[in-house]
Design a protein around this ligand. Structure first.
Ligand code: G3P
Length: 297
């Protein structure tokens, strides 16, 4: 599995890159904002992004900011022309769907991806929440799709009635099997109580909309996308994104996905273990002089 680092903070990119495990970088406007806020001084955005591109060999995703296909195509070309010459590794992130309200168009992202494919500019379809969105992005010719696992988990938890900040935090592990059990028990009880009165409403899914929840978790969405891409041999690579904890990284890796983009603090979390530290203390303490001497010869 390739590891991309999900940050725009240069110090984090450099540090993780020095460990030799960074295959690429993903950014978005929120990550750029966070990186700038963390700096003590004003810097040139152009030079800052050039430095990110120079630092890593692998793909660096930079996101457009427009909503209309024409705007995004224009912005994508600008970003590509400005930064791709630095290290020949720029990928343009295009939201699969740019609608912000019910009135907005839903197909601008796909149109932009298709047009950029024709221009030879690689795209990363972002804000992917369903396998169908991934399927359309792949059909349009996206080089990558980024399903947002953590945000899908948040959506499911809230729909189940859990309260963010109270029942779970951003980093909380999403226990797919436990939540499935709770959901089934809840459904069983509701159906038993309601069956005689409301069979039609239950069948039409009006009474308890969570009855036919499409997905079990963000990782479940990832598994489905993977299967669909394999079915049709799409060349599009999947980047598991919006990863919230190290346990989720393991689940992602178990799916066999090509790439995971991981925040810096989670990469750090992945390498730590209490027993590793304890083992190190003991090994260090147990080094006998004769063994020590070997390293002085
Ligand atoms: O890779 C997408 C990521 O930056 C979004 O993560 O944790 O804000 O949902 P998150």
């Amino acid at each position: 599995m390739k590891i991309f680092i999900d940050t725009a903070k240069l110090d984090e990119i450099k540090k993780a890159n020095s460990w030799g495990i960074v295959d690429g970088v993903t950014t978005n406007p929120s990550l750029i904002k966070k990186a700038m806020d963390s700096l003590k001084k004003k810097v040139s955005m152009r030079e800052y992004i050039e430095e990110i591109c120079r630092e890593v060999k692998g793909p660096v995703s930079l996101e457009v900011k427009g909503q209309k296909a024409e705007e995004m195509i224009h912005e994508a070309k600008m970003l590509y022309n400005k930064f791709n010459h630095v290290n020949n590794n720029v990928v343009i992130k295009i939201p699969i769907n740019t609608a912000m309200t019910e009135k907005d168009e839903n197909y601008e992202g796909i149109k932009a991806i298709k047009a950029l494919k024709k221009e030879g500019i690689p795209t990363n379809a972002t804000l992917i929440m369903t396998p169908n969105q991934a399927l359309l992005a792949a059909k349009a010719g996206a080089a990558y799709v980024s399903p947002f696992l953590g945000r899908i988990d948040d959506y499911i938890r809230v729909k189940m009635g859990l309260k963010p900040g109270e029942d779970f935090s951003k980093e909380s592990y999403f226990d797919e099997s436990l939540l499935e059990k709770i959901r089934h028990e809840k459904i069983k009880r509701l159906i038993t109580e309601e069956l005689n009165k409301n069979i039609g409403e239950i069948y039409r899914n009006e009474k308890f909309p969570m009855l036919s929840e499409e997905f079990k978790s963000g990782v479940d969405v990832l598994r489905k996308i993977k299967r669909i891409f394999e079915n049709y041999q799409f060349k599009t690579e999947i980047i598991a994104a919006s990863i919230r904890n190290a346990r989720q990284v393991m689940e992602v890796a178990e799916t066999g996905v090509e790439i995971a983009t991981i925040p810096f603090n989670i990469i750090e979390e992945m390498v730590k273990h209490y027993k590793t530290m304890e083992g190190m203390r003991n090994f260090t303490k147990d080094v006998i002089p004769e063994y020590e001497a070997l390293f002085r010869e």
